[in-house]
Design a protein around this ligand. Structure first.
Ligand code: SF4
Length: 457
């Protein structure tokens, strides 16, 4: 369904940016003067169209959500003719073969001081080097989750010195972090999944940062995660976050490295003598928070070093959750009316009474494999295909395969009685033992689960 947005627009007049390197003005984006227009425009979001115009003068008060801009900038003039509406889907196609430098230049030219590079402290430092090479002023922000490695803080410092900039750090809300840690401890993500902690320490600060911008630049690449990043466009209207003007479609996301291979990023960093995170020399590839990042072995995919206790195909912290194909409501990982999953004749759907019976039986006629799931959970969705294939294979071996929806009202029971930690949890009820055995690995591919069943059934 096409969604039409109608709004009155505000044109941004050029030549109105001032150089104010040591500015302490918390309303950094307000340094441009505004010329109000009562023209209206209609943007059809299904066509991924985005207007550069501000929606109204009131929206600029939202820039208060953005922290004091610390980088020293001379912002270029942003020329926009009234009525211009950019089609970013078309632009992405045009830029498909462009170099990262060309893409960066285009992004900075189009958005001036209203765009910023999101820097994680890993090899996305390449973005900063590309920005420098354009010769244009640029802004950089970073999320300080409070759980980063010391090496990452050192890199932030080295980058600030090398490029003569101040990174605009975003911090989580102290009260929210306090609530999470006091209620659930410092490492709740190992038990409950990483989304809750990431939401507090990363996603909400990011949302605040983006509310002060019209566009952002990320270091996402297609080869980083086959499950979630294989279709990243060069540029897109951000499918998840809102920008300065507010509302769906008010933010543009640039991914200049989308088509670049990891090895080529590294050649570039070496050639240009760019400072890099010391953790890379210790085997770390993808780098995030200290408790959720580990080195990978040669041959392992880089994302295997992130949230390794969770499903390999759906590893997004929420910053790029638009990459995960999900039903409405799954974005916040809250239960909603969504289509059920694991639908097959080979998978028995267990009621609460059914699984209680299974628990009570000491001697079962046949072994049972049961997945505890929530249909809105992206990790459950990611393992659906392999679980259905497994069910087909196990049907001929006399193993019953089942599912039990364990969210909502059933969650407490599942936690108490069924060893539910995070979704999905897989249990094997062996033929002759009364206790269910929890599948302990995050590798939920057919072969791994099959050997677990064969060894223990
Ligand atoms: Fe929390 Fe780990 Fe996410 Fe960092 S990566 S915010 S520590 S769950």
């Amino acid at each position: 369904m096409a969604l039409a947005v109608t709004s009155s627009s505000t044109a941004i007049s050029g030549s109105s940016f001032s150089r104010s390197g040591a500015s302490s003005d918390p309303k950094a984006v307000q340094i441009c003067s505004l010329r109000l227009s009562d023209r209206t425009h209609v943007a059809t979001l299904s066509q991924r169209r985005f207007s550069m115009k501000s929606q109204n003068a009131e929206s600029h008060s939202r820039s208060e959500s953005w922290v004091t801009r610390a980088s020293t900038l001379i912002a270029p003039e942003v020329e926009e003719k009234e009525g211009d509406v950019e089609d970013f889907e078309q632009l992405a196609k045009k830029l498909e073969d462009a170099s990262p430098l060309e893409i960066m230049d285009k992004a900075l030219t189009k958005f001036g001081s209203e765009i910023a590079i999101a820097f994680s402290g890993a090899e996305d430092v390449a973005l900063i080097e590309y920005a420098r090479l354009t010769g244009k002023p640029f802004r950089v922000f970073s999320l300080d989750t409070g759980r980063l490695n010391p090496e990452t803080y050192r890199l932030f410092d080295a980058v600030e010195k090398q490029y003569g900039i101040r990174i605009e750090y975003m911090f989580p809300d102290a009260v929210e972090v306090q609530g999470l840690v006091r209620n659930k401890g410092l490492f709740s993500f190992y038990e409950d999944g990483h989304q809750e902690c990431c939401r507090v320490r990363k996603v909400r600060p990011l949302r605040r940062a983006l509310k002060g911008l019209k566009a952002w630049i990320t270091g996402q690449r297609k080869d980083q995660s086959p499950g979630t990043r294989s279709e990243i466009p060069i540029v897109q209207v951000d499918p998840v976050f809102e920008g300065l003007d507010g509302g769906v479609g008010s933010l543009v996301k640039w991914n200049p490295l989308a088509n670049v291979e990891g090895a080529d990023v590294w050649s570039f960093l070496r050639t240009m003598d760019v400072p890099v995170n010391a953790l890379h020399a210790q085997g770390y590839v993808s780098i995030g928070c200290e408790p959720c990042t580990r080195p990978v072995l040669p041959g392992q995919h880089e994302r295997e070093g992130r949230w390794w206790w969770e499903d390999a195909k759906a590893k997004e912290c929420g910053l790029h959750k638009g990459n995960i194909k999900e039903e409405d409501g799954a974005a916040d990982l809250t239960p909603a009316i969504v289509q059920d999953i694991f639908e097959s004749n080979n998978v028995v759907s267990l009621s609460r009474g059914g699984i209680e019976n299974l628990l009570k039986l000491g001697n079962r006629k046949e072994p049972w494999l049961v997945v505890l799931y929530a249909p809105w959970c992206p990790f459950c969705q990611a393992m659906e295909a392999s679980y259905l294939e497994l069910a087909e294979k196990l049907a001929v071996k006399g193993v019953k395969v089942a599912k039990f929806r364990a969210d909502g009202d059933q969650k407490e029971f599942a936690k108490q009685e069924l060893q539910l930690g995070s979704f999905p949890t897989i249990l094997l009820f062996p033929k002759s033992a009364s206790r269910a055995i929890k599948y302990p690995s995050e590798h939920r591919d057919v072969d791994s689960v099959m050997s677990f069943v064969n060894l223990l059934r």
